[in-house]
Design a binder for this molecule. Structure first.
Ligand code: FAD
Length: 401
């Protein structure tokens, strides 16, 4: 076994770190958090660095990056932007942009994917509905074929990037029920342009964190789309959705590693300087042991993330792993990552005392931001447990059947 990154990957990490040091300081992150706006110079900078939709193959305009490299980018972006707004923007596009590109028509690729790669459009995911987000098979949105067109009706809520999509153009991977009697086998994926007639953004949520990227909702009233906007095969949408979730969850794992690392470093730097009882606070075992535990857990998470990323590379390039086996590992990453980062922000805030509780200190942005991935974005923690248990015990033990 060889656990090292390639020289190219190390150089890539260094380039992303240097770009972040110049363009994504904690002061800039605080400004983004307060203005509640994704800075377009950051989007453009990521595009120039080749980070946007970096997993899309070169022949389609991307850089064709593998999933280990995409995890390196997610880790570095989260190390810089602990509020995780920029990492969210990055990872939604790297995962769902990849899925849209993998299954889309030339028209969608030309009009949306190629623009999103240049930072001139946003590509996101919209599956969650007012009836719930966890039970994807119960999606209520419908798509009915009328002549040459699909007529789509429904509502999607808690969707990342609605304001960015409105501002930049772009659209969403959505799923709709095309053959209701077939259950989850009767659902089709579409690319929904955000400016298609009949699409109306109805809400921007006042979230508790990751304020630099919006979360909103939209309705679809008799939205008419041609076959060019169907992704892949009709009635296969559920499976493409699961494929996309895996990729997004993997990158959330890498995001958690980067954010955890930064929270630890902020805590270590502060406690080395803070003199209490005549010595640096970092000299006390009560503090040191917590740091050692969190570091050890983060290294274990890091190993799991990159192992899962390697498995995804193998799945796509050699077909060596059963996709469900890969899902099991990725769900482990999503199950462990965000709670570890949350715990580390919480602990670091306590090490910093009252200062840690102020907005002069960046840590509270991290606590608020990473919570989004604990409560549910890209699938709640219990959903990850259900997936893991399904693979451990067998399908006959799935609780919802
Ligand atoms: C900031 C943010 C951004 C988001 N961005 C997007 C986006 O871009 N696109 C999108 O489609 N969605 C998005 N979501 C929605 C997210 O996907 C959902 O929150 C998630 O799928 C859970 O759905 P829900 O919130 O409706 O909770 P519910 O489905 O109502 O579940 C509630 C809780 O119960 C748990 N649970 C569910 N089923 C079971 C079970 N069988 N056993 C035990 N526990 C269970 C869940 O894990 C969750 O904790 C976002 C959410 C947030 C917070």
């Amino acid at each position: 076994m060889d656990f090292s990154f390639t020289e190219e990957q190390e150089l890539f990490r260094q380039a992303v770190r240097e770009w972040c040091e110049k363009n994504l300081s904690l002061e800039k992150v605080r400004e983004m958090d307060e203005k509640e706006e994704m800075p377009m110079d950051v989007v453009k900078g990521m595009a120039d660095l080749g980070l946007l939709l970096m997993t899309v193959p070169e022949e389609h305009g991307g850089t064709g990056s593998d999933w280990v490299t995409a995890c390196i980018a997610a880790e570095e972006l989260a190390y810089a932007d602990i509020s995780i707004a920029v990492p969210v923007f990055f990872l939604v596009e790297a995962s769902w942009g990849y899925i849209v590109d993998r299954y889309c028509s030339e028209e969608v690729r030309e009009k949306y994917i190629k623009k999103a790669i240049k930072g001139e459009a946003f590509v996101g995911i919209a599956t969650t509905e007012p009836g719930g987000g966890s039970d994807i098979a119960s999606v209520k949105t419908t798509a009915k074929k009328e002549g040459d067109e699909w007529v789509i009706n429904g509502e999607k809520i808690y969707i990342s990037g609605t304001e960015e999509a409105k501002k930049m153009g772009g659209g969403y991977f959505i799923i709709a029920r095309t053959d209701p009697k077939l259950g989850h086998r009767g659902m089709t994926a579409f690319f929904l342009p955000i400016d298609a007639p009949g699409v109306e953004i109805t809400k921007r949520y006042d979230d508790m964190g990751r304020m630099g990227i919006s979360t909103g909702g939209f309705v679809m009233n008799d939205v008419r789309l041609s076959d060019d906007y169907v992704l892949g095969e009709v009635n296969k949408g559920f499976y493409y959705t699961m494929e996309g979730f895996d990729l997004a969850r993997l990158l959330i794992g890498a995001t958690s590693v980067g954010a955890t690392q930064r929270a630890l470093e902020i805590g270590m730097d502060y406690t080395k300087q803070r003199i209490l009882f005549g010595r640096p606070l970092a000299k006390f075992e009560g503090i040191q042991f917590e740091m050692a535990d969190l570091w050890a857990r983060n290294e274990a998470l890091r190993a799991l993330v990159y192992r899962a990323a390697w498995m995804v590379n193998e799945k796509y390039s050699t077909g060596r792993f059963d996709p469900l086996e890969v899902s099991k590992f990725i769900s482990a990453v999503k199950l462990l990552g965000p709670p570890l980062a949350f715990r580390t922000f919480e602990k670091a805030m306590i090490w910093l005392g009252a200062y840690g509780y102020t907005k002069e200190c960046p840590l509270e942005m991290g606590l608020r931001g990473i919570m989004s991935y604990c409560v549910g974005a890209e699938g709640g923690l219990n959903i990850q447990r259900i997936i893991i248990a399904r693979e451990l015990l067998g399908r006959e033990y799935v609780p919802y059947k």
